[in-house]
Design a protein around this ligand. Structure first.
Ligand code: AMP
Length: 272
């Protein structure tokens, strides 16, 4: 039986928890992380908390999809042990919650386009970790830079939490599922699948031996055809998020683009 809770009590703290934080508008990407969580055989706890601090744009925060009733149904059907629905005042009491400043990777890519975003993310994740005290937590590779910074925070603060990574869940056309996709018309969803196709094209070119610069340039041109407004498409070394060099073994292509004014992010691993 799923329990819906708004605070963390002794019962929860007495258990080993696998924690899956979300901002709600639950979709199959979230559910795939829960499947991974269930494989740990620990109690699964899913939080739904729309974290104002990570939005640098008030309209974006206000327009974020809110489907709480349906979310609870999805999560109950999935057999989650606990659904944690905290109030903002529980997460952020007037004092005692430290702001967590990300390491320098927090200021590039998403961090450059959305100032303060990753400080907001790390602050809430650290606060949630402190409340829930999980032994394991699952995060999606969809938010690759976020995942990098969370793992970095866990190392920096020596938090005793195992971070488990979930692959990106895509629709049949390749579009990465996102709560924000709910704002897209059917046509825009089809068009948005070109984001992934462009990433695949860059990966193919690199694997065929073309230079990083040329391949990325070609990807930028491809993505910008169609009605897609590109914010960035960049290639990094997965180890450190620096520009790759000849010693790099695993690369990551990361992109953010607007379709019908909806901000979408995606990424793709490239193994050399
Ligand atoms: P969000 O509710 O968007 O904050 O996401 C909550 C968690 O779900 C994060 O760890 C995300 O990386 C993950 N997530 C979101 N979309 C997907 C997806 N399409 N595939 C896998 N994980 C995802």
């Amino acid at each position: 039986m799923t329990k819906v809770i708004t605070t963390i009590n002794e019962d929860i703290l007495s258990k080993n928890i696998c924690f899956i934080p979300t901002m709600g508008a639950i979709h199959e990407g979230h559910l795939s992380l829960i499947d991974i969580g269930k494989e740990t055989n620990l109690k699964t706890l899913v939080s739904i908390f729309l974290n104002r601090k990570q939005f640098n744009n008030d309209d974006d925060f206000k327009n974020y999809p809110n489907e709480l009733e349906q979310d609870i149904q999805f999560l109950e059907r999935k057999g989650v042990d606990y659904i944690f629905l905290p109030q903002e005042s529980y997460i952020y009491p007037s004092e005692g919650v430290p702001s967590i400043v990300p390491s320098k990777v927090g200021s590039i890519l998403e961090g450059a386009s959305r100032p303060g975003h990753f400080e907001g993310v790390l602050t809430v994740v650290n606060r949630l970790f402190d409340l829930v005290k999980p032994s394991h937590a699952v995060f999606g590779k969809k938010d690759a830079q976020q995942l990098f910074l969370i793992k970095d925070m866990v190392n920096r603060f020596d938090l005793n939490i195992e971070i488990i990574e979930g692959e990106i869940f895509r629709d049949k056309n390749g579009l990465a599922l996102s709560s924000r996709n709910k704002h897209l018309s059917p046509d825009a969803k089809l068009n948005a699948a070109n984001i992934f196709k462009s990433l695949q094209n860059v990966a193919n070119e690199i694997n065929l031996g073309k230079s990083f610069e040329e391949s990325v340039e070609q990807g930028i041109n491809l993505i910008s055809q169609n009605e897609i407004n590109l914010d960035y498409l960049e290639i990094v070394d997965e180890e450190n998020f620096n520009y790759p060099n000849k010693y790099s073994k695993k690369l990551k292509l990361l992109t953010a683009a607007y379709v019908e004014n909806v901000r979408l992010i995606d990424n793709l691993d490239i193994k050399l």
